[in-house]
Design a binder for this molecule. Structure first.
Ligand code: FAD
Ligand code: SIN
Length: 537
């Protein structure tokens, strides 16, 4: 049977952003954390490279800010970038106090004691990490502390369906309990979306299955503006193997000297950018895409085998092991790689406290658009953003909330008009179709014609999915598909509005950047019929 729950705060998502928010909230608040999947199904768990932060005396907040702005191709909010960079050290120290097992610098070159690696766009070594499995160590550290909190209740296998908006205030949430297929009602004073990104909207992605943009779609339906959805980051190097399901090969491998090679062994990145392998990701992914199309090949290669076996095994133990499973010994052979959708730079518009357009609704982590990443996120700035903005949101919530406050009555989920589906094939077919045309028409290289084709298809799919949603009982696959089609449309509408190429948005119709477009692209659900606007904020 379905239940009604009441908490002070409901957090949707148990990745780095959601767990960090929970740990910074006061312990006299009752808190629910909803997650639709098991413990390893957050992007946070799979993070490899690390977390960027200014930790050394010869680095500076100004330099981190400058590198981020340069990678962001003119669209970062400079104040937000400086604010994030300034809070990095504190957040790393907080994690270290929680027991996060960061890799140490055995050669004692760094003053901080941490081993710092380097990634694309960073002008120096600035990335703390736990070998090549930073996300696993981070999630285990955060989860261990959250599980000790008596005021936090975790609802795994609960997939949030929709937020309830009453007079521009978020007052409730419906969620499908996947263990009994009933829809529960959650009431709270404050809701925090920490639902991650939307890369699953593409056929090939580095992300786990749950990255279906649910938070972006829910916030949009509830009346929040979204911004910069056209800037989808394609990670240049995912393992190319039929059984590998887009396993990521960290950028830190290039940071430690890995070279990109064509099938004949020729290096090519220097032809595209003087920073070669360490150019920002948009440039490297586009260069690989260009070379693959030029030569008609299925992949390029990444080679670190010139480093000693001991070095490779200690810095990249996870990648070494994983590749061995596919008979690739990275200490001797180069790794076949291709780009795949990796990160959603845009999202739900928030201020520096993570607050959205709706009262009592916050958004933190990859679901949010803070202004930090601009047109292209710099490597390892995402986990930093999760830590900085989740802490800020928690502080703001604790200033404003009254523990145990009475909440308004809300209707329970009504299933009286729907039946069990006998046509699951429709959902499966539409999942595949959507992800394929997004890959083919809205990928690394775009044109207006391709975008228009994709938009037309989303409109057809949307009406079919909405009809299905109206007539049948909800399932996890249907809910995710319903969200994916919304996110696809938001990406396409933003891309169509940007008549230039900048950062991660490259279109053959307008291959140059133009100062006319030096603003974020903002979509407002209250003006749904109008095209996306580029707005100065
Ligand atoms: P996630 O960690 O994705 O968590 C989302 C949570 O929301 C999950 O618990 C999910 O179950 C839940 N959820 C989603 N929808 C619903 C719903 N409808 N109902 C209930 N729950 C829901 N960034 C870096 O800075 N450094 C790195 O080294 C790095 N490496 C990466 C490597 C990989 C392979 C990937 C995929 C990403 C990497 N990133 C990295 C990006 C970074 O990991 C993510 O941006 C970040 O972890 C996002 O955290 P999050 O908490 O916002 O979302
Ligand atoms: C990587 O390790 O290459 C991913 C880092 C990131 O996405 O920030």
């Amino acid at each position: 049977m379905s239940h009604q729950f009441k908490f002070d705060v409901v957090i949707i998502g148990s990745g780095a952003a959601g767990l960090t928010a929970a740990l910074h909230l006061p312990q006299n608040l009752s808190i629910a954390i909803l997650a639709k999947t098991s413990n390893q199904q957050q992007s946070s768990y799979w993070a490899q490279g690390g977390i960027s932060a200014v930790l050394e005396p010869d680095d500076s907040i100004e330099q981190h800010t400058e590198d981020t702005i340069e990678a962001g191709a003119g669209l970062c909010d400079a104040q937000v970038v400086a604010y994030t960079a300034a809070n990095g050290k504190d957040c790393i120290e907080w994690l270290a106090r929680l027991g996060m097992p960061f890799s140490r610098d055995r050669q004692e070159i760094s003053r901080s004691g941490y081993h710092l690696t380097r990634e694309g766009g960073h002008s120096r070594r600035r990335v703390v990490h736990a070998a090549d499995a930073t996300g696993k160590a981070l999630q285990q550290t955060l989860q261990a502390h959250v599980s000790e909190l008596a005021n936090v209740k975790i609802f795994n296998q609960h997939i949030a369906i929709d937020l309830i908006n009453r007079e521009q205030q978020c007052v409730g949430l419906y969620a499908l309990n996947q263990s009994n297929q009933h829809v529960d009602l959650f009431k709270a004073q404050t809701f925090v979306l920490a639902t991650g990104g939307a890369s699953k909207v593409y056929l090939y992605t580095s992300n786990p299955d749950g990255s279906t943009g649910d938070g972006m779609a829910m916030a949009w339906r509830a009346g929040c503006r979204v911004a910069n959805m056209e800037f989808i980051q394609f990670h240049p190097t995912c393992l190319y193997h039929p059984d590998a399901k887009s396993f990521l090969i960290t950028e830190a491998l290039r940071g430690e000297g890995g070279k990109l090679l064509l099938p004949d062994g020729e290096q090519f990145m220097h032809r595209f950018d003087e920073r070669a392998e360490l150019a920002p990701r948009d440039i490297v992914a586009r260069a690989i895409d260009h070379e693959m199309k030029r030569l008609g090949v299925d992949c390029v290669y990444l080679d670190i085998s010139h480093k000693s076996r001991a070095f490779i095994k200690s810095h990249f133990p996870t990648i070494h092991q994983r590749c061995l499973k596919f008979d690739i010994d990275i200490t001797k052979q180069s790794i076949p790689v291709v780009p795949a959708a990796h990160y959603t730079c845009g999202g739900v518009m928030v201020d520096t406290n993570g607050h959205t357009d709706l009262r009592n609704l916050y958004a933190v982590g990859e679901v949010a658009y803070t202004g930090l990443h601009g047109a292209n996120r710099m490597a390892s700035n995402s986990l930093l953003e999760c830590l900085v903005f989740s802490r800020a949101a928690a502080r703001k919530i604790s200033e404003e909330i009254t523990p145990g406050k009475r909440l308004p009555g809300l209707d329970r989920w009504d299933e009286s008009q729907v039946t069990d589906s006998d046509e699951d094939i429709v959902v499966a077919h539409n999942w595949d179709e959507l992800r394929r045309f997004m890959w083919d028409y809205v990928g690394i290289v775009r044109t207006d014609k391709r975008l228009q084709r994709a938009l037309h298809r989303t409109e057809l799919l949307k009406s079919e999915i909405n009809e299905y949603y109206g007539n049948y009982k909800v399932s996890a696959d249907l809910l995710e598909l319903r969200n994916l089609v919304v996110v696809a449309e938001l990406i396409i509408r933003c891309a169509l509005a940007r008549k230039e190429s900048r950062g991660l948005h490259f279109t053959l119709d307008y291959p140059e950047s133009s100062d006319k477009f030096l603003q974020p692209t903002i979509l407002d659900p209250s003006q749904q019929t109008r095209p996306a606007k580029l707005v100065s904020i």
